[in-house]
Design a protein around this ligand. Structure first.
Ligand SMILES: [Fe+2]
Length: 365
Protein backbone atom coordinates (compact mmCIF):
# COMPACT_ATOMS: atom_id res chain seq x y z
CA UNK A 1 0.00 0.00 0.00
CA UNK A 2 1.28 3.47 -0.83
CA UNK A 3 0.52 6.73 0.90
CA UNK A 4 -1.67 7.75 -2.09
CA UNK A 5 -4.08 4.83 -1.50
CA UNK A 6 -7.73 5.79 -1.38
CA UNK A 7 -9.07 6.43 2.08
CA UNK A 8 -12.71 5.99 1.19
CA UNK A 9 -14.71 3.50 -0.82
CA UNK A 10 -18.39 2.96 -1.58
CA UNK A 11 -19.47 -0.07 0.36
CA UNK A 12 -21.99 -2.47 -1.08
CA UNK A 13 -25.60 -2.21 -0.04
CA UNK A 14 -28.96 -3.60 -0.99
CA UNK A 15 -32.28 -1.84 -0.99
CA UNK A 16 -35.89 -2.69 -1.91
CA UNK A 17 -36.89 0.09 -4.32
CA UNK A 18 -40.47 0.90 -5.42
CA UNK A 19 -41.18 -0.18 -9.03
CA UNK A 20 -42.32 3.32 -10.07
CA UNK A 21 -39.12 4.91 -8.77
CA UNK A 22 -36.74 2.83 -10.84
CA UNK A 23 -36.71 2.89 -14.60
CA UNK A 24 -35.37 5.38 -17.06
CA UNK A 25 -37.60 4.84 -20.09
CA UNK A 26 -40.82 3.60 -18.54
CA UNK A 27 -44.27 3.38 -20.05
CA UNK A 28 -47.44 2.66 -18.14
CA UNK A 29 -49.06 -0.64 -19.08
CA UNK A 30 -51.97 1.27 -20.69
CA UNK A 31 -49.50 3.33 -22.76
CA UNK A 32 -47.73 0.16 -23.81
CA UNK A 33 -51.01 -1.49 -24.88
CA UNK A 34 -51.85 1.58 -26.95
CA UNK A 35 -48.42 1.58 -28.56
CA UNK A 36 -48.71 -2.08 -29.53
CA UNK A 37 -52.45 -1.85 -30.40
CA UNK A 38 -53.39 -4.52 -27.85
CA UNK A 39 -57.10 -5.06 -27.17
CA UNK A 40 -57.44 -6.54 -23.67
CA UNK A 41 -61.00 -7.70 -24.24
CA UNK A 42 -59.94 -9.92 -27.16
CA UNK A 43 -57.33 -11.84 -25.16
CA UNK A 44 -57.40 -15.41 -23.91
CA UNK A 45 -57.13 -15.07 -20.15
CA UNK A 46 -54.26 -16.98 -18.57
CA UNK A 47 -54.53 -17.56 -14.83
CA UNK A 48 -51.11 -19.03 -14.05
CA UNK A 49 -48.30 -21.09 -15.53
CA UNK A 50 -49.28 -24.65 -14.59
CA UNK A 51 -46.60 -27.14 -15.68
CA UNK A 52 -43.78 -27.85 -18.13
CA UNK A 53 -43.66 -30.70 -20.65
CA UNK A 54 -40.48 -32.28 -22.00
CA UNK A 55 -39.69 -35.51 -23.77
CA UNK A 56 -36.72 -37.62 -22.61
CA UNK A 57 -35.34 -40.88 -24.06
CA UNK A 58 -34.70 -42.46 -20.64
CA UNK A 59 -37.31 -41.74 -18.00
CA UNK A 60 -35.25 -43.50 -15.32
CA UNK A 61 -32.36 -41.08 -15.84
CA UNK A 62 -34.62 -38.04 -15.76
CA UNK A 63 -36.40 -39.35 -12.67
CA UNK A 64 -33.08 -39.60 -10.82
CA UNK A 65 -32.11 -36.07 -11.91
CA UNK A 66 -35.45 -34.54 -10.97
CA UNK A 67 -35.34 -36.14 -7.51
CA UNK A 68 -31.88 -34.59 -7.05
CA UNK A 69 -33.32 -31.30 -8.36
CA UNK A 70 -36.13 -31.44 -5.79
CA UNK A 71 -39.23 -32.83 -7.54
CA UNK A 72 -41.20 -35.91 -6.52
CA UNK A 73 -42.58 -38.37 -9.10
CA UNK A 74 -46.26 -39.01 -8.35
CA UNK A 75 -47.44 -41.09 -11.27
CA UNK A 76 -45.14 -43.21 -13.41
CA UNK A 77 -46.81 -45.40 -16.02
CA UNK A 78 -44.58 -46.77 -18.84
CA UNK A 79 -44.44 -43.74 -21.11
CA UNK A 80 -44.79 -40.79 -18.69
CA UNK A 81 -43.70 -39.40 -15.34
CA UNK A 82 -45.51 -36.59 -13.55
CA UNK A 83 -43.51 -34.69 -10.91
CA UNK A 84 -44.95 -32.56 -8.15
CA UNK A 85 -43.59 -29.79 -5.97
CA UNK A 86 -44.73 -29.29 -2.38
CA UNK A 87 -47.23 -26.56 -3.36
CA UNK A 88 -50.85 -26.93 -4.38
CA UNK A 89 -50.41 -27.51 -8.15
CA UNK A 90 -51.40 -30.97 -9.40
CA UNK A 91 -47.88 -31.29 -10.80
CA UNK A 92 -45.10 -29.02 -12.08
CA UNK A 93 -43.34 -31.14 -14.71
CA UNK A 94 -44.49 -33.84 -17.12
CA UNK A 95 -41.82 -36.03 -18.75
CA UNK A 96 -42.83 -38.18 -21.70
CA UNK A 97 -40.72 -41.01 -23.17
CA UNK A 98 -39.22 -40.34 -26.60
CA UNK A 99 -36.38 -38.49 -28.33
CA UNK A 100 -35.31 -35.43 -26.31
CA UNK A 101 -37.71 -32.59 -27.12
CA UNK A 102 -39.38 -29.56 -25.61
CA UNK A 103 -43.14 -30.14 -25.54
CA UNK A 104 -44.19 -26.72 -24.26
CA UNK A 105 -45.26 -24.87 -21.15
CA UNK A 106 -48.89 -25.20 -20.04
CA UNK A 107 -50.91 -22.25 -18.75
CA UNK A 108 -54.19 -22.59 -16.84
CA UNK A 109 -56.94 -20.46 -18.45
CA UNK A 110 -60.08 -18.86 -16.98
CA UNK A 111 -62.74 -20.70 -19.01
CA UNK A 112 -63.25 -23.76 -21.18
CA UNK A 113 -64.10 -21.38 -24.03
CA UNK A 114 -60.54 -20.04 -23.83
CA UNK A 115 -59.39 -23.48 -25.04
CA UNK A 116 -61.74 -23.27 -28.02
CA UNK A 117 -60.59 -19.73 -28.79
CA UNK A 118 -56.95 -20.84 -28.73
CA UNK A 119 -57.64 -23.37 -31.50
CA UNK A 120 -59.10 -20.57 -33.62
CA UNK A 121 -56.05 -18.26 -33.45
CA UNK A 122 -55.14 -17.63 -37.10
CA UNK A 123 -52.02 -19.44 -38.25
CA UNK A 124 -51.74 -21.85 -35.34
CA UNK A 125 -51.66 -25.61 -35.72
CA UNK A 126 -53.46 -27.74 -33.14
CA UNK A 127 -51.10 -30.50 -32.00
CA UNK A 128 -53.53 -32.33 -29.72
CA UNK A 129 -56.61 -34.12 -30.97
CA UNK A 130 -58.65 -30.97 -30.41
CA UNK A 131 -59.38 -30.40 -26.73
CA UNK A 132 -58.34 -33.56 -24.90
CA UNK A 133 -59.48 -34.81 -21.51
CA UNK A 134 -56.50 -35.36 -19.20
CA UNK A 135 -58.05 -38.30 -17.32
CA UNK A 136 -54.66 -39.97 -17.45
CA UNK A 137 -52.86 -37.17 -15.57
CA UNK A 138 -52.97 -36.16 -11.90
CA UNK A 139 -55.62 -33.46 -11.37
CA UNK A 140 -57.51 -34.28 -14.59
CA UNK A 141 -58.84 -31.32 -16.60
CA UNK A 142 -58.77 -30.55 -20.33
CA UNK A 143 -55.83 -29.55 -22.51
CA UNK A 144 -55.21 -28.15 -25.95
CA UNK A 145 -51.75 -27.75 -27.45
CA UNK A 146 -51.20 -25.29 -30.28
CA UNK A 147 -48.13 -23.93 -32.04
CA UNK A 148 -46.86 -20.36 -31.94
CA UNK A 149 -45.68 -18.72 -35.21
CA UNK A 150 -42.28 -20.42 -34.95
CA UNK A 151 -43.74 -23.83 -34.20
CA UNK A 152 -43.03 -23.89 -30.44
CA UNK A 153 -45.76 -25.88 -28.68
CA UNK A 154 -47.95 -24.04 -26.18
CA UNK A 155 -50.52 -25.80 -24.01
CA UNK A 156 -53.57 -24.37 -22.31
CA UNK A 157 -55.40 -26.27 -19.59
CA UNK A 158 -58.75 -25.85 -17.89
CA UNK A 159 -60.39 -27.60 -14.96
CA UNK A 160 -57.27 -29.19 -13.54
CA UNK A 161 -57.68 -29.84 -9.82
CA UNK A 162 -54.92 -28.90 -7.43
CA UNK A 163 -53.59 -31.06 -4.64
CA UNK A 164 -53.46 -30.64 -0.90
CA UNK A 165 -50.09 -28.89 -0.43
CA UNK A 166 -47.44 -30.59 1.67
CA UNK A 167 -46.28 -28.98 4.88
CA UNK A 168 -44.27 -25.78 4.29
CA UNK A 169 -40.59 -25.98 5.27
CA UNK A 170 -39.91 -24.16 8.55
CA UNK A 171 -39.00 -20.48 8.40
CA UNK A 172 -35.39 -19.78 9.32
CA UNK A 173 -35.08 -16.84 11.70
CA UNK A 174 -32.10 -14.64 10.76
CA UNK A 175 -30.26 -12.38 13.18
CA UNK A 176 -28.57 -9.27 11.77
CA UNK A 177 -25.97 -7.04 13.38
CA UNK A 178 -28.54 -5.21 15.46
CA UNK A 179 -31.80 -7.15 15.41
CA UNK A 180 -31.57 -10.57 17.08
CA UNK A 181 -35.03 -12.14 16.83
CA UNK A 182 -33.50 -15.63 17.04
CA UNK A 183 -32.90 -15.98 20.72
CA UNK A 184 -31.42 -19.12 22.27
CA UNK A 185 -32.29 -20.98 19.08
CA UNK A 186 -29.56 -22.63 17.02
CA UNK A 187 -29.54 -23.04 13.23
CA UNK A 188 -29.50 -26.73 12.26
CA UNK A 189 -29.95 -28.23 8.79
CA UNK A 190 -30.50 -31.53 7.02
CA UNK A 191 -28.57 -31.62 3.74
CA UNK A 192 -30.19 -32.94 0.55
CA UNK A 193 -31.89 -31.68 -2.62
CA UNK A 194 -33.71 -28.32 -2.47
CA UNK A 195 -37.40 -29.23 -2.61
CA UNK A 196 -39.27 -27.51 -5.47
CA UNK A 197 -42.36 -25.57 -4.38
CA UNK A 198 -43.85 -24.71 -7.78
CA UNK A 199 -43.12 -23.75 -11.38
CA UNK A 200 -42.26 -20.06 -11.86
CA UNK A 201 -41.46 -19.27 -15.50
CA UNK A 202 -39.95 -20.44 -18.78
CA UNK A 203 -38.66 -18.74 -21.89
CA UNK A 204 -37.81 -19.18 -25.55
CA UNK A 205 -34.97 -18.03 -27.77
CA UNK A 206 -36.67 -17.18 -31.07
CA UNK A 207 -35.72 -16.14 -34.59
CA UNK A 208 -38.31 -13.36 -35.03
CA UNK A 209 -38.73 -11.61 -31.68
CA UNK A 210 -41.14 -9.01 -33.06
CA UNK A 211 -43.60 -11.56 -34.46
CA UNK A 212 -43.34 -13.88 -31.46
CA UNK A 213 -43.84 -11.16 -28.86
CA UNK A 214 -46.87 -9.84 -30.72
CA UNK A 215 -48.35 -13.35 -30.86
CA UNK A 216 -48.02 -13.89 -27.11
CA UNK A 217 -48.87 -10.35 -25.94
CA UNK A 218 -51.83 -9.89 -28.29
CA UNK A 219 -53.58 -13.25 -28.03
CA UNK A 220 -52.95 -13.72 -24.30
CA UNK A 221 -52.93 -11.48 -21.21
CA UNK A 222 -49.14 -11.47 -21.11
CA UNK A 223 -47.68 -8.00 -20.69
CA UNK A 224 -44.02 -6.99 -20.47
CA UNK A 225 -42.60 -6.11 -17.06
CA UNK A 226 -39.26 -5.45 -18.75
CA UNK A 227 -38.41 -4.90 -22.42
CA UNK A 228 -34.78 -5.03 -23.46
CA UNK A 229 -33.40 -3.35 -26.55
CA UNK A 230 -30.20 -2.86 -28.49
CA UNK A 231 -29.20 0.39 -30.12
CA UNK A 232 -28.62 0.49 -33.85
CA UNK A 233 -27.14 3.38 -35.80
CA UNK A 234 -29.98 5.36 -37.40
CA UNK A 235 -30.10 8.36 -39.72
CA UNK A 236 -27.73 11.20 -38.86
CA UNK A 237 -26.40 10.77 -35.36
CA UNK A 238 -29.54 9.16 -33.99
CA UNK A 239 -29.64 5.67 -32.63
CA UNK A 240 -32.58 3.38 -33.25
CA UNK A 241 -33.89 1.09 -30.54
CA UNK A 242 -34.72 -2.47 -31.41
CA UNK A 243 -36.47 -4.61 -28.81
CA UNK A 244 -34.79 -8.00 -28.44
CA UNK A 245 -36.20 -9.47 -25.23
CA UNK A 246 -39.36 -9.39 -23.14
CA UNK A 247 -39.95 -10.57 -19.59
CA UNK A 248 -43.74 -10.83 -19.34
CA UNK A 249 -46.13 -11.21 -16.44
CA UNK A 250 -49.68 -12.54 -16.53
CA UNK A 251 -51.99 -9.53 -16.25
CA UNK A 252 -54.34 -10.25 -13.33
CA UNK A 253 -55.21 -6.59 -12.68
CA UNK A 254 -54.54 -5.51 -9.10
CA UNK A 255 -53.54 -9.02 -8.01
CA UNK A 256 -49.79 -9.42 -7.44
CA UNK A 257 -48.13 -11.86 -9.82
CA UNK A 258 -44.57 -12.94 -10.65
CA UNK A 259 -42.46 -10.32 -12.50
CA UNK A 260 -42.26 -12.86 -15.33
CA UNK A 261 -43.99 -16.14 -16.03
CA UNK A 262 -42.73 -16.18 -19.59
CA UNK A 263 -39.93 -14.57 -21.59
CA UNK A 264 -38.76 -14.29 -25.18
CA UNK A 265 -35.32 -13.42 -26.46
CA UNK A 266 -34.07 -12.82 -29.99
CA UNK A 267 -31.56 -15.46 -31.13
CA UNK A 268 -28.18 -14.16 -32.25
CA UNK A 269 -27.86 -13.92 -36.05
CA UNK A 270 -27.54 -17.49 -37.31
CA UNK A 271 -28.21 -18.83 -33.81
CA UNK A 272 -30.62 -21.68 -33.19
CA UNK A 273 -34.05 -21.22 -31.69
CA UNK A 274 -34.73 -23.28 -28.57
CA UNK A 275 -36.34 -23.33 -25.17
CA UNK A 276 -33.96 -21.37 -22.92
CA UNK A 277 -34.89 -22.68 -19.48
CA UNK A 278 -37.70 -23.40 -17.09
CA UNK A 279 -37.53 -22.19 -13.53
CA UNK A 280 -38.83 -23.55 -10.24
CA UNK A 281 -39.32 -21.74 -6.96
CA UNK A 282 -37.76 -23.17 -3.82
CA UNK A 283 -37.88 -22.14 -0.16
CA UNK A 284 -35.00 -19.91 0.95
CA UNK A 285 -31.30 -19.17 0.61
CA UNK A 286 -30.11 -22.00 2.86
CA UNK A 287 -32.14 -24.56 0.91
CA UNK A 288 -30.77 -23.06 -2.32
CA UNK A 289 -27.15 -23.32 -1.18
CA UNK A 290 -27.67 -26.87 0.06
CA UNK A 291 -29.49 -27.76 -3.17
CA UNK A 292 -26.54 -26.39 -5.18
CA UNK A 293 -24.06 -28.44 -3.16
CA UNK A 294 -26.23 -31.54 -3.58
CA UNK A 295 -26.45 -31.26 -7.40
CA UNK A 296 -22.71 -30.60 -7.59
CA UNK A 297 -21.95 -33.67 -5.47
CA UNK A 298 -24.05 -35.84 -7.81
CA UNK A 299 -21.88 -34.66 -10.73
CA UNK A 300 -24.51 -32.64 -12.64
CA UNK A 301 -23.51 -29.67 -14.80
CA UNK A 302 -23.86 -26.25 -13.20
CA UNK A 303 -24.44 -23.45 -15.74
CA UNK A 304 -24.64 -20.21 -13.77
CA UNK A 305 -25.15 -19.47 -10.12
CA UNK A 306 -25.67 -18.83 -7.40
CA UNK A 307 -26.25 -15.13 -8.12
CA UNK A 308 -28.95 -12.45 -8.10
CA UNK A 309 -30.66 -11.19 -11.26
CA UNK A 310 -31.55 -7.56 -11.85
CA UNK A 311 -34.70 -8.00 -14.02
CA UNK A 312 -37.01 -9.87 -11.63
CA UNK A 313 -34.47 -9.76 -8.76
CA UNK A 314 -34.44 -13.56 -8.28
CA UNK A 315 -31.54 -15.33 -6.63
CA UNK A 316 -30.83 -17.86 -9.36
CA UNK A 317 -29.06 -21.18 -9.86
CA UNK A 318 -29.02 -22.74 -13.36
CA UNK A 319 -28.28 -26.39 -14.15
CA UNK A 320 -28.36 -28.72 -17.16
CA UNK A 321 -30.50 -31.84 -16.96
CA UNK A 322 -29.14 -35.09 -18.47
CA UNK A 323 -30.54 -34.12 -21.91
CA UNK A 324 -29.01 -30.64 -21.90
CA UNK A 325 -32.23 -28.76 -21.06
CA UNK A 326 -31.58 -25.90 -18.66
CA UNK A 327 -33.53 -25.73 -15.39
CA UNK A 328 -33.34 -23.11 -12.65
CA UNK A 329 -33.90 -22.96 -8.91
CA UNK A 330 -34.94 -19.50 -7.74
CA UNK A 331 -35.99 -17.63 -4.63
CA UNK A 332 -37.04 -14.07 -3.83
CA UNK A 333 -38.54 -13.00 -7.19
CA UNK A 334 -40.29 -9.64 -7.65
CA UNK A 335 -44.08 -9.46 -7.73
CA UNK A 336 -45.88 -6.83 -9.81
CA UNK A 337 -49.40 -5.79 -10.82
CA UNK A 338 -51.24 -3.49 -13.25
CA UNK A 339 -49.64 -0.40 -11.67
CA UNK A 340 -46.07 -1.54 -12.31
CA UNK A 341 -44.54 0.39 -15.23
CA UNK A 342 -43.18 -1.41 -18.28
CA UNK A 343 -39.47 -0.87 -17.77
CA UNK A 344 -37.11 -0.59 -20.72
CA UNK A 345 -33.41 -1.20 -20.61
CA UNK A 346 -30.40 -2.09 -22.71
CA UNK A 347 -30.17 -5.80 -23.52
CA UNK A 348 -26.66 -6.06 -22.11
CA UNK A 349 -28.16 -5.45 -18.67
CA UNK A 350 -29.86 -8.87 -18.76
CA UNK A 351 -26.47 -10.46 -18.51
CA UNK A 352 -25.60 -8.37 -15.52
CA UNK A 353 -26.22 -9.78 -12.12
CA UNK A 354 -26.41 -7.80 -8.90
CA UNK A 355 -23.88 -10.35 -7.65
CA UNK A 356 -22.66 -13.80 -8.53
CA UNK A 357 -20.23 -15.43 -10.95
CA UNK A 358 -19.55 -14.05 -14.44
CA UNK A 359 -22.25 -15.07 -16.91
CA UNK A 360 -20.88 -18.07 -18.85
CA UNK A 361 -21.10 -18.28 -22.65
CA UNK A 362 -23.16 -21.42 -22.29
CA UNK A 363 -25.99 -19.40 -20.70
CA UNK A 364 -26.65 -17.09 -23.64
CA UNK A 365 -26.23 -19.52 -26.50
FE1 LIG B 1 -35.12 -17.67 -15.08
Amino acid sequence: MTTTAKMTVTFNKGESVQDTALAKHDLSQAEWRKLWGVDKSAQIKLVQLAFMQYQHPDLGVVKTFMLDFGMTPIKTPEQDVWFKGYGSDAYVYHARKGPAAFLGGAFAVETFQDLERAMAIPGTKVLTNGIEKMDYAPGGGSIVTITDPEGFPLSLVYGQEGREPDEMPPEIIMNDEVRKPRQRKFQRFTTGPAAVFRLGHYGLVVSNFERQSRFYATNFNLIPSTLLHIELPGAEKETKRMDVAMFAHIDRGAELVDHHSFFLAQAAPGGETHVHHSSFEIHDLDSQMMGHDWLKKQGYRSVWGIGRHIAGSQIFDYWRDPNDFMVEHYIDGDVVNEDTPVSRDLASSAQDAAWGPEVPEDFTR
